[in-house]
Design a protein around this ligand. Structure first.
Ligand SMILES: Cc1cc2nc3c(=O)[nH]c(=O)nc-3n(C[C@H](O)[C@H](O)[C@H](O)COP(=O)(O)O)c2cc1C
Length: 153
């Protein structure tokens, strides 16, 4: 699949409440990511899924029609509820180009990221502005990259 090329890049970030019983969460998130990688690769969509404190925050980016069609399916998924779009619009370049999808469960060490958003101990992603939501996911991208590099080294 070719990358966006001359087509306009669209970015969408939403937050939702997880509706998966705790014991099944890791397995379900694994399944979500596996299905997402397949679908997103075909549709030229990239992104990142943050899983933290009962919430999903996900970025999707790619051709507008592909992003909106993926989000349409995602929004109807019973594994979460209260989907709220925090940011949507054209982007100049991809921010999550390394992953067709990748889930990051925030570890206690990662939680310093929340300090800049004043959300440590009270994670309320529905209250984030679009800019803040993108900043959060870009910070998560940073820790995910360094974890992958450590795993390779
Ligand atoms: C939090 C969350 C994130 C998801 N992200 C994606 C995604 O990025 N791409 C995707 O195709 N499906 C994603 N899904 C799954 C879709 O809701 C849906 O189950 C899937 O696209 C159906 O694919 P299938 O028709 O190939 O079975 C996500 C679901 C949840 C709950």
């Amino acid at each position: 699949m070719t990358r966006a090329g001359s087509r306009t890049l669209h970015q969408l970030v939403y937050a939702s409440r997880i509706r998966i019983p705790w014991p099944d969460q890791a397995r379900e998130v694994d399944q979500i990511v596996r299905a997402s990688i397949e679908n997103n690769r075909r549709a030229d969509v990239t992104g990142l899924l943050l899983v933290h404190d009962g919430w999903f925050v996900q970025a999707l980016e790619g051709p507008a029609e592909a992003v909106l069609s993926a989000y349409g399916r995602i929004r109807d998924d019973a594994r979460h509820e209260d989907c709220r779009v925090l940011h949507a619009g054209p982007g100049e370049s991809r921010s999550f180009e390394d992953w067709n999808m990748c889930a990051r469960h925030m570890t206690p060490a990662d939680e310093a990221i929340l300090d800049t958003l004043h959300m440590r101990g009270a994670f309320e992603p529905h209250k984030l502005t679009g800019k803040q939501a993108l900043r959060l996911l870009k910070a998560v991208r940073g820790v995910q990259h360094s974890t992958q590099l450590r795993a390779l080294g």
